[in-house]
Design a protein around this ligand. Sequence first.
Ligand code: FE
Length: 221
Amino acid sequence: MSSDPHSHGHGHSHYHDAHEAIVSDDAPGYYEIMETAVRELLIAKGLITANDIRHQIEVLDSRTPALGAAVVARAWTDPAFKGRLLENGRAGCEEMGISFYDDTQLIVLENTESVHNLIVCTLCSCYPRPVLGLPPDWYKLKPYRARAVIEPRKVLAEFGTIIPDDVEVRVSDSTAVIRYLVLPRRPAGTEGCTEEQLAALVTRDAMIGVIPVTLNDGAAQ
Ligand code: FE
């Protein structure tokens, strides 16, 4: 056994010398202090428990764009499902086993030959979290939030997406209760693909509407 107290090389000894207490030297900011105060108050008043918070974090962490991609692939392959999804986005997702843990409605916007949809939250960062998980950082930043409504074609071009002049660009502004999901166009050349292969092509950004879905190398061959 080595004399190094941190050696894990033999017998998995985990002896440590006494050391200074580990402390965070970052002073909490305004919102961190407010969050702690509100959280402690809610728990103290018995309105929620610490376990409720832990569970909700687990729920949020379980949501990824793979859920939305599965919904899109189903809509591409099942016209009756697509009809129901466009009629009521939330009910369509729930049909696929995706639960909504909040009171938000979901409106699914279909991209077509003549309409390209783009979603934004001009006020803050409202986003279809139950089906996509957390929004990307750029979605939450002021430049995107302000410019998406003022000059959407220019913003799209910066993502490499050139929308022809004869295609209408529709920007939908999310709110606390109404969230949007873009149903992208199914790319040509995917006629023989299975639903799973199609889902693998669908990216988060395509469901926000900043890029189209394209056939990438190998994924759907
Ligand atoms: Fe918002």
